[in-house]
Design a binder for this molecule. Structure first.
Ligand SMILES: [Zn+2]
Length: 224
C-alpha cells in the first residue's frame, strides 16, 4: 500500500500549528536577543536616561548626535546609533607611564598637582595624543612633567587599569635613559624627585606600583 498524503482539513490544521509553534520559537529567540534592549527601553520611559543608569559612555552618537540605544553584541551591552547604523564601542584609552632612574639607581617619581591622585606620587606619564606613537607620547610626557629628556626607550609592560577617574585606561610603560637629573616640574606636577626603591613613597595608582615593582626587581633596584 502506497503512502498517500491527503491534504485533509486535519492535516492542514497540523501544518498550520507547526508553522505557528515554529514562528513562536523564532519569535522567542529573536526577542531574547533584544530582551536587554527591550527591558532597558522600558527603563527609559521610567527614568528618562538609561545610559546614566547603566553608566554607558555614549548616551548620544558621536557622529550624528542622536540618542543611542543599547543592544547586546558579543555578550556585551553596547551603545548603538540607529541613524548611522553604528556600534559605539567603548575601549580603554591608550596612555603611557615612564620608568627611569638616575646614576645612583634612584627612581624618578612625580607628585601630582591635579586629580586623580592630587598631592600623591606617581610615575610620570599621560594620554597618547592623536598622531603620536606611544614612544613619542612617553618622551613628551616625561619632558612636560619633569623637563628631562628621555632616550633609548624600551617597552617594559602593558596592562589595563579599569574604572578609574578617566574610565578604562590601557597603560603602556617604557623605561628611558636620562641625560640629566635636573628636574623642572611642569604640567600637572608640583615636584619631581629621585627615590631609592625602598625609601620611595607608595604610588597612588596600583598599576604604576605594579609596573614599578616588577621593573625594579628586573633592574635589581630592590636590594638597597
Ligand atoms: Zn549616529
Amino acid at each position: 500500500m502506497g503512502f498517500r498524503h491527503h491534504q485533509t482539513p486535519q492535516n492542514q490544521q497540523q501544518e498550520q500549528n507547526f508553522f505557528y509553534s515554529f514562528s513562536l520559537i523564532f519569535l522567542i529567540i529573536w526577542q531574547r536577543k533584544y530582551e536587554i534592549h527591550f527591558l532597558f527601553s522600558i527603563n527609559l520611559s521610567f527614568n528618562g536616561n538609561i545610559n546614566y543608569i547603566l553608566d554607558m559612555k555614549y548616551k548620544y552618537c558621536y557622529r550624528c548626535g542622536a540618542l543611542t540605544k543599547i543592544i547586546e553584541i558579543d555578550g556585551r551591552r553596547r551603545s548603538f546609533c540607529s541613524n548611522c547604523n553604528l556600534v559605539l564601542y567603548e575601549n580603554p584609552i591608550p596612555s603611557v607611564a615612564i620608568l627611569s632612574m638616575n646614576d645612583k639607581k634612584e627612581i624618578l617619581l612625580v607628585r601630582r598637582s591635579v586629580e586623580p591622585g592630587k598631592g600623591e606620587w606617581s610615575l610620570p606619564g599621560g594620554f597618547i595624543e592623536m598622531g603620536e606613537t606611544p614612544v613619542e607620547a612617553a618622551i613628551r610626557e616625561l619632558y612636560e612633567e619633569t623637563g628631562l629628556q628621555g632616550k633609548n626607550p624600551e617597552l617594559v609592560n602593558v596592562d589595563t587599569h579599569l574604572n578609574g577617574f578617566y574610565g578604562d585606561v590601557l597603560l603602556i610603560a617604557y623605561s628611558v635613559e636620562l641625560d640629566s637629573y635636573n628636574i623642572t616640574p611642569g604640567d600637572d606636577v608640583s615636584e619631581g624627585m629621585f627615590f631609592k626603591f625602598n625609601g620611595r613613597p607608595r604610588l597612588v595608582f596600583k598599576i604604576h606600583e605594579n609596573f614599578l615593582v616588577r621593573w625594579a626587581k628586573e633592574k635589581q633596584l630592590t636590594a638597597d
